[in-house]
Design a protein around this ligand. Structure first.
Ligand code: GDP
Ligand code: MG
Length: 439
């Protein structure tokens, strides 16, 4: 997506006369790119209209930086669309809050309930989980397992079949136990059947939640708006959590969910693990959606974990376009973040280039890469040209690290891709990372 938008804007830069047609062509190209990223059609149209109002043709013609003006307008407009104007209810300590989770089956409710509980538990909340899913076999076991792992009290039943009764009992019990945050997991059906909505309505009536969170799978594509709207019409949804953002870099559904529920996205799920859960932040999200990367996130991370002396060296290397395998090694070594996370922070890396796989897989991959790089000579690590890796070198590295030749080649390919992007980034000599110019 980012690639297409950037290309559309660049093409406009090449046009000598910026008239309405040139702007329209550019906006049409951007429209197509946003649609492909699952932003719903009416929203894209709305954005197009607004941008035409904001972008002044005279400004464009007068030789101002056209690319910047349009990019800024798109960025601001997408940020505006993700902000419903009012924050979500935030649970308070020492006062019991009830939060109910809704969404279709498989959306990630049960997983996200635990992540949400765990997140708040770490912040000092006394949390508890209630399993009001009596529809799916094994639902209680799943919640029980998750809760036990996170050491969170839970309530549920193997025999009771009435979800409303269980929900009410569970909430009652944990209110008596003076919990701050009582989380109710509900069932979801495959489709949006009437019975699902009726059950949901009854559970909400019985538990009087302070907040209803709609959980949505990021991979549902253009169906996002209708789905979110159907839930909003039955229970008073007050916040959205988008799951599986690790597998699908497309995030357009988030805009639809916000528009349909008039509620903010509060978290995103980025993996199956308890801690693969991020507070949703509009600006970095839009940056990633536009393929600009979460550069500020990467810089923060660098400054946080890379030792000061190494930081300088790293910046120096990067600013000279000198992204060697050693640089990659050092980044991975000190950041300890999997490659796909690093990717999502880099400007200009589009969704199609994102390595597939979930948190665990990429962690394993990172370790594998490190072992392979451990088997390289200094000369190899410091070379920025992968041509030095002839057949015998590759075989030696594979043998030395106990990996396959194919795996070594795969790593070199990934290195080349990152290096190419890094070369396009301009980092000021003084190392002021906040003034970095993305490609
Ligand atoms: P529910 O039916 O809505 O309760 O959904 P579950 O919580 O049972 O999740 C369905 C599947 O999605 C499970 O295999 C989860 O491990 C997986 N899942 C949930 N959230 C995420 C996420 O953020 N990333 C990934 N990769 N998988 C997730
Ligand atoms: Mg479930």
């Amino acid at each position: 997506l980012g690639g297409r938008i950037t290309r559309a804007i660049q093409q406009m830069n090449n046009v000598t006369i910026i008239d309405e047609k040139a702007l329209n062509d550019c906006l049409n190209e951007i429209t197509r790119a946003l649609l492909q990223s699952d932003v719903s059609f009416p929203l894209v149209k709305e954005m197009q209209t607004n941008i035409k109002k904001i972008v002044n043709l005279d400004d464009l013609a007068a030789g101002h930086n056209k690319r910047l003006i349009i990019e800024q307008a798109i960025f601001n407009e997408l940020c505006r669309m993700l902000d419903p104007g009012k924050p979500a209810f935030a649970p308070k300590k020492a006062k019991p809050s009830v939060v109910m989770f809704v969404g279709l089956q498989g959306a990630g409710k049960t997983t996200t309930c635990t992540k949400y509980a765990y997140y708040h538990q770490k912040k000092g909340y006394k949390t508890a989980l209630v399993c009001a899913d009596t529809f799916r076999a094994g639902a209680f076991d799943q919640l029980k397992q998750n809760a036990t792992k996170a050491k969170i009290p839970f309530y549920g039943s193997y025999t009771e079949s009435d979800p409303v009764k269980i929900a009410a009992e569970g909430v009652d019990r944990f209110k008596k136990e003076k919990c701050d945050l009582i989380i109710v997991d509900t069932s979801g059906r495959h489709k949006q059947e009437a019975s699902l909505f009726e059950e949901m309505r009854q559970v909400a009536e019985a538990t009087e939640p302070d907040l209803v969170i709609f959980v949505m799978d990021s991979s549902i594509g253009q169906a996002a708006f209708d789905q979110a709207q159907a839930f909003k019409q039955t229970v008073s949804v007050g916040a959205v959590i988008i799951t599986k953002m690790d597998g699908h870099a497309k995030g357009g559904g988030a805009l639809s969910a916000v528009a349909a529920t008039k509620s903010p996205v509060i978290f995103i799920g980025t993996g199956e693990h308890m801690d693969e859960f991020e507070v949703f932040d509009v600006k970095p999200f839009v940056s990633r959606l536009l393929g600009k990367g979460d550069w500020s996130g990467l810089v923060d991370k660098l400054q946080e974990v890379v030792p000061k002396d190494l930081q300088h060296e790293l910046v120096e290397n990067l600013s000279q376009g000198n992204f060697t395998l050693r640089t990659m090694y050092e980044i991975q070594c000190s950041l300890q973040i999997p490659l796909n996370q690093l990717y999502s922070m880099l400007p200009g890396i589009s969704a199609e280039l994102m390595p597939k796989g979930h948190g665990d897989e990429s962690r394993v991959k990172m370790k594998r890469y490190m072992t392979m790089m451990d088997s390289m000579t200094d000369k190899e690590l410091d070379s920025s040209n992968t041509k030095v890796f002839n057949e015998s070198r590759i075989m030696r590295i594979a043998r030395g690290s106990g990996r396959l030749v194919r795996e070594v080649m795969e790593m070199l390919e990934e290195y080349k891709r990152i290096a190419k992007t890094m070369k396009g980034i301009k980092i000021p000599k003084n190392g002021d990372m906040s003034k970095v110019i993305p490609p």
